[in-house]
Design a protein around this ligand. Structure first.
Ligand SMILES: [Zn+2]
Ligand SMILES: [Zn+2]
Length: 377
């Protein structure tokens, strides 16, 4: 197969705007698939890299790691023989399949995950695309997919077959990162029962899907917390039983204890990454409670915990990466839940034409959309 001409949103330097560029993609390698993206969700991590807050992926680079599209071709060494040209697939995390966590069905914790996701290259350091106008190599393997590109070579491990109409797939594009992170943290790691209470801090995509997961698990009390009052009604729509505008509550820990009859919460999820919020989240825990860090905190930051309280209450504070999802199993489950009305992600997305990236980012920052999804065709 010859090289393929395509387009993509390229970042040339930290803090520069995404720029729509003509790109040339090389033919997929034997263990890759060529994917024509139809949709791509925009995740906070894409913006962290655009802003240069993490510097693992040099520029120019194409980000995007919530792709959804059609298989255009399949390399002869792709192991999953269930996949056919023309199938519609959702793209998720990349992983090595060899380390002990991959082998035990915890690929979100792949020990090579950071390299496979964040460097923007294949494991051998190569890139799949170049700028057409200069021939300069572009980092185009972000999370094994760089889905802000209309057509790209994708690692096999990223690909999950989608059983449903491609026209309806916009709402599922973010299964591969945002949704599985929120829902998976609750459903795969915390696993609340009908006797448990859950609090979620930060009501973006991850927080709202954590609430959906808590409702699916049957948690008796689901407390949604945000500093923006405008975010609270949607949390109620997707399953929160109690809403807290933390700006209006002088002592959030005391308030949550009051809401839970004085005991504190059994499970807490922080999607904000804000250090004082994380510290308060831990202080909210009931006996034997677990708090999870899911939002990305600043590099090098430290959280203060009271170890005596940790001991006396048998508390746990854990980090959860990508919801401990095993995408080939967990994503089809979430898709099925969505079809059954148990995972109402259709309430949180808005679709933008691919040319309207700037508008999508504007709306995301303004808080008028939770999960922007760009549509390529
Ligand atoms: Zn691995
Ligand atoms: Zn993400």
């Amino acid at each position: 197969m010859a090289d393929i001409e395509t387009i993509g949103w390229v970042v040339h330097e930290a803090k520069q705007d995404f720029k729509l560029e003509e790109l040339v993609v090389e033919a997929p390698r034997d263990d890759e698939l060529l994917i024509d993206m139809k949709f791509s969700g925009i995740c906070h991590t894409d913006l962290v890299f655009q802003q240069g807050e993490l510097t693992l992926c040099p520029y120019p680079a194409v980000f995007g790691h919530e792709g959804a599209g059609f298989i255009r071709s399949i390399g002869p060494k792709v192991k999953n023989k269930d996949l056919k040209v023309g199938d519609f697939v959702l793209l998720s995390i990349n992983y090595c399949e060899q380390c002990k966590f991959c082998k035990t069905k915890h690929p979100a914790n792949c020990i090579h995950g950071s390299k496979l996701h964040l460097f923007g290259t294949r494991p051998d350091g190569s890139c799949s695309a170049k700028l057409k106008r200069t021939g300069e190599s572009v980092r185009s393997y972000f999370f094994g997919q760089s889905s802000f590109m209309k057509t790209n070579c994708v690692a096999e491990t990223c690909v999950v077959k989608y059983e449903g109409s491609p026209d309806d797939a916009a709402m599922c594009a973010a299964m591969g990162c945002g949704y599985q992170t929120g829902a998976g943290t609750v459903m795969n790691v915390l696993k609340p029962t009908s006797d448990d209470s859950v609090v979620v801090f930060g009501l973006g995509t991850v927080g709202l899907t954590a609430i959906m997961g808590a409702k699916y698990c049957g948690a008796k009390q689901i407390i949604a917390v945000d500093i923006q009052a405008s975010k609270l009604p949607l949390a109620k729509e997707v399953g929160a039983t109690h809403l807290v505008n933390s700006r209006e509550v002088p002592d959030i820990v005391a308030h949550i204890k009051e809401l839970t009859g004085g005991t504190g919460v059994d499970f807490a999820v922080d999607c904000s990454g804000v250090i004082p919020v994380i510290e308060k989240m831990i202080d909210c825990l009931a006996m034997f409670g677990t708090a999870a860090t899911v939002g990305v905190p600043p590099s090098g930051a430290k959280v203060a915990v009271d170890p005596l309280q940790m001991l006396l209450y048998s508390r746990k504070y854990v980090g959860v990466r990508e919801g401990d999802s095993d995408p080939p199993v967990f994503i089809p489950k979430l898709v099925e839940m969505q079809k059954q009305g148990q995972f109402p992600v259709e309430k949180i997305i808005k679709v933008y034409d691919y040319k309207d990236m700037a508008q999508a980012l504007h709306d995301l920052h303004a808080g008028s959309v939770v999960k922007p999804v760009i549509q390529w065709f």
